[in-house]
Structure formats: C-alpha cells, structure tokens
Design a protein around this ligand. Structure first.
Ligand SMILES: Nc1ncnc2c1ncn2[C@@H]1O[C@H](COP(=O)(O)OP(=O)(O)OP(=O)(O)O)[C@@H](O)[C@H]1O
Length: 255
C-alpha cells in the first residue's frame, strides 16, 4: 500500500522540459492524496516521469504503489494535488480546461483494463465514433476505423458488437479505439491483465508492432514478459518512481 513507507528513496527529478524540448510527456513532482479528510491515502508522493518520442516504457511495481493513479492523472481522468504535467512541451496547469481537453484529445490515447467499449455499437462504430470525437468527418472516421481494425486483425469482426468478441479481441478493439485519434502517446493500464497467456502475448506483439511504427507507449503492467517488450522499465514504489532503466530486455528484471 502506498500508505506504508518504503526504504527506497525517490530519484532526483527528471530534467525540466525546457532541457528536453522534444519530450512527449513530462511529469514532475506529482502528488495525490485520496480521502484527505477522512482516511488519507498518499497514492503519489512526488512522481517524476519523462517520455521521449517513440519510446516504449513499462511502469511496474507492487500493488497499491500509485501506478494507475499516475496513469489516470497523465490521461486527465484525475487531477493531481501538486506537481506539473507537460504534454508536447505545454504545462497543463497553464491551460484552460478546454485547451487541456483539446490537447489531450489530439495527443493521448487511453487503453484501460475494463475496455470501456460501447456494447450496443459494432466494432467499426466504436472506433469510428472515437475518431469523430477527435474531429474526423464521418467519412474519414469510417475509413480510419476500417484501417485500424485491419491493423489489429479485426476486420472480419467489424460488424460484431463487443459482447460477441473474445477478451483478447475486445482488448484489441479497445486499442483500435484508443488509436482512433492518431495519438502521439498511448497510455495503457494492464492491457493484458484480463487475458489468458495467448491473448496477452497477442497484445504484446501488437504493442511491439505499434512501437516499431513509431508509437510512443506508456504501459502499466505486473507482467515481466509484457515489460520485456519495452525499451525501458520504470519501477514505482510508495508513490514515486524509484528506478529507471533500460533493463527490460535483461531477463525481464524490473529494477
Ligand atoms: N478513488 C480512490 N479512492 C481512495 N483511494 C484510492 C482511490 N484510487 C486508488 N486509491 C488508493 O491509492 C493507492 C494507489 O492506488 P493505485 O490504483 O494507483 O495503485 P496501483 O499501483 O495501480 O495498484 P495495482 O497494481 O493494484 O493496480 C492505493 O492505496 C489505493 O487503495
């Protein structure tokens, strides 16, 4: 639990974005306490992170150390109590709500474990809707959806609704939907968590292919085999990033 203190020190802050002008995403000093007045839980205690263009980074660490909280804040689903996030070099705190939403819609794709698909729409409609929300015309959205379903091996399931797909297919559809806005960065929280090993391996293979095409990816996972596909593994403990490295390829070690 994040409330239990860890002997590991936090690392020094990441380089400020002015010295990393091309960073896609930089977070500095993020703090978040849930239920501050009743039963405070310090989920984030000064989390720092930087993502360079085209990087595939895995975020690991024990349960309850703040990984999902960090991802939710980066995705704009939750607000930090303190700290700053720079997306495409722009500090989010300096933007209006509307500007923030616009910037995120343009640059961030989100894949969460529980899919968030619309059950009474077809696979094609689910992806096309996300493209339209991001500003595509109906025609462009239809074409983009077909292209993404093809890329993700789901073209023959375009007319299926999510409940008629397997878990692995649903997760691939969720990834297709997250890519519908052609995001600069894809944020994925345990995308293989609900899948069997074959389904998980398919998602890893898919993420690797997207990465090879230049997609920047930040992935939360408990699975060392999944993390091994990344360029770099960050380890969270006690609400902070406590290890950074390019060690994923070395025997799946996370530290
Ligand atoms: N909405 C919430 N309200 C209160 N506490 C929360 C809330 N969300 C998370 N927490 C607490 O914040 C801490 C960090 O949770 P978080 O889900 O970010 O951890 P995690 O590292 O992603 O865990 P896991 O690996 O189990 O998914 C935990 O102690 C959790 O119980």
């Amino acid at each position: 639990m994040a409330g239990v203190s860890s002997p590991e020190p936090a690392l020094a802050p990441v380089t400020p974005p002015q010295e990393q002008p091309d960073a896609v995403l930089v977070a500095h000093g993020l703090r978040k306490t849930y239920d501050p007045d009743v039963a405070p839980v310090q989920a984030l205690r000064g989390a720092d992170l930087t993502l360079a263009p085209g990087e595939f980074v895995a975020l690991m660490g024990p349960s309850g150390t703040g990984k999902s909280t960090l991802l939710n804040i980066l995705a704009g689903l939750e607000e930090a109590d303190d700290g700053e996030v720079w997306l495409m070099g722009r500090a989010l705190s300096g933007l209006t709500e509307k500007e923030r939403t616009h910037l995120r819609r343009r640059h961030v794709g989100i894949v969460f474990q529980f899919f968030n698909l619309i059950d009474d729409m077809t696979a094609q409609e689910n992806v096309a809707l996300a493209a339209m929300v991001a500003g595509a015309s109906k025609r462009e959205a239809g074409a983009r959806a077909a292209e993404l379903l093809d890329l993700l091996g789901l073209l023959d399931k375009a007319a299926n609704t999510p409940p008629t797909l397997s878990g692995g297919q649903r997760q691939r559809l969720a990834i297709a939907r997250a890519l519908a806005n052609q995001p600069t960065v894809l944020l994925a929280d345990e995308p293989t968590g609900a899948l069997d090993s074959r389904g998980g391996a398919e998602i890893v293979e898919l993420l690797s292919r997207l990465h090879a095409r230049g997609q920047t990816i930040l992935l939360v996972t408990h699975n060392h085999d999944v993390a091994a596909a990344a360029d770099r593994v960050l380890t969270m403990s006690d609400g902070r990033i406590t290890a950074r490295g390019d060690v994923a390829r070395r025997e799946g070690s996370a530290a």
